[in-house]
Design a protein. Structure first.
Length: 173
């Protein structure tokens, strides 16, 4: 996968669901296009639907007071996938996509040379920087707790910002 692996998966799942006309329940989760759907609501819903610890950041970089919406793209017993959007509906395009929050039982395959960092409680993590050209890609931070891998991606985020986001997610479960 390329360095936008988290976002590529998010876009593919959302586009397939929208092409099939699915804006409600499916066997692998649901696509939520509700402007009132917050990160807190997504966390509460996912806690009922998946066996993995749901780690949602309470601190997000660079929002400047803008509301971030949670679009649940999918979930299963051992994973979840959330698109973070600045408006809904959002199909994962650059204009409305802010980032992503994911968890799964297998490692994330991100390109690039990671910077190794330490999170709260001594948890080892990897930071993958953003690249900006015509638009900025997501920067990612990934870590493992117990047997679950977590990934938070935010467009153009800096290392310190994503470390704070990951630390807030670790505390918020």
């Amino acid at each position: 996968m390329n360095k936008n692996a988290c976002l590529v998966v998010v876009n593919a799942v959302l586009l397939v669901a929208l092409a099939l006309g699915q804006n409600s329940s499916s066997s692998t989760g649901r696509v939520v296009q509700d402007s009132g759907f917050t990160l807190e609501n997504a966390q509460a819903e996912l806690k009922e639907k998946t066996a993995v610890a749901v780690k949602i950041p309470t601190l997000l970089p660079g929002t400047a007071g803008q509301q971030i919406f949670a679009v649940i793209l999918g979930f299963g017993p051992s994973d979840y996938n959330i698109l973070l959007a600045t408006k809904v509906p959002c199909e994962g395009g650059n204009a409305c996509s802010y980032g992503s929050v994911q968890a799964r039982k297998s490692p994330f395959d991100l390109e690039g040379k990671p910077v190794f960092v330490t999170l709260r409680n001594g948890i080892s993590a990897q930071f993958f920087p953003s690249h900006c050209h015509a638009f900025c890609s997501q920067a990612y931070i990934t870590w493992k707790e117990a047997d679950v891998f977590y990934c938070i991606g935010v467009k153009a985020a800096r290392k310190g910002e994503l470390i704070r986001s990951a630390n807030s997610a670790i505390l918020n479960h």
